[in-house]
Design a protein around this ligand. Sequence first.
Ligand SMILES: NC(=O)c1ccc[n+]([C@@H]2O[C@H](COP(=O)([O-])OP(=O)(O)OC[C@H]3O[C@@H](n4cnc5c(N)ncnc54)[C@H](OP(=O)(O)O)[C@@H]3O)[C@@H](O)[C@H]2O)c1
Length: 243
Amino acid sequence: MQTLKEKVILITGANRGIGKSLVKASLEKGAKKIYATSRDVNKMPNFGDKRIETLALDITDNTQILEIAKNTKDVNVLINNAGILSYGNILKGEISMLEDDMRVNYYGTVNMMRAFAPVLEQNTPARIINIASIVAYSPLASIAGYSASKTALYSATLSVRTELEKKGITVHAVNPGAIDTDMNKGSDWDMPAPDGIAKIILDKVEVGELDIVPDVMGLEMYNTWKEEPSRLAEMFSKMYHGE
Ligand SMILES: NC(=O)c1ccc[n+]([C@@H]2O[C@H](COP(=O)([O-])OP(=O)(O)OC[C@H]3O[C@@H](n4cnc5c(N)ncnc54)[C@H](OP(=O)(O)O)[C@@H]3O)[C@@H](O)[C@H]2O)c1
């Protein structure tokens, strides 16, 4: 088992939600150093631990990504957590929102992997952990742009897994169901808190699980899809039509 103890971990979108919880869980795992990044460092909570260095990083800014990669040459675990969710379907949704989802969730994360792969190659054994979503397996039409961006991200994650598998870098995909963060503000679903989910994600990373579904609701959806993909599509269709 390759634990996260003494690892140098970089986390995107670390100021709130699952990212913030991943910082706390990484500290508990005994990480040597954590680069906690966010668009605005003034929004970063005080984690009260000297192992944390906060850095400004907007993953849609490739110049900033390359600069950070140049200055954090000791990273051996990259956690791509930053993401956005826009509401809207494919036919009537705002096209700019479909583009926003792709720009952040797909191209932003792809650019992170491209910039950090050479760094990670120097620091093996290394890992990339990409937070995609359960909708990577089957789209939810009310968040169609988000779903497409996460399916694209999951696909890129699988490609990079193959590209790096002989280079000492393990690439994990994390596909959660609904978690209780700002992203689901206003939802009346019964959702797990991000702190517990972050711990489960890192436990599963440590035992080498490649495709991680960390929550009960997500696992039910994943198992439905695994049994018969059209059954999850049917479940999501019913949700879309409010049946
Ligand atoms: N919550 C869920 O149910 C759920 C389920 C499946 C997957 N996920 C995925 O889990 C990840 C974390 O989501 P969350 O639930 O914790 O959402 P959240 O509370 O809304 O947090 C999103 C984080 O991403 C950051 N971010 C957004 N755009 C960014 C950009 N261009 N560059 C850098 N950081 C950016 C945000 O920073 P600001 O504070 O600056 O906006 C924030 O830190 C996302 O990738 C999301 O898609 C969430």
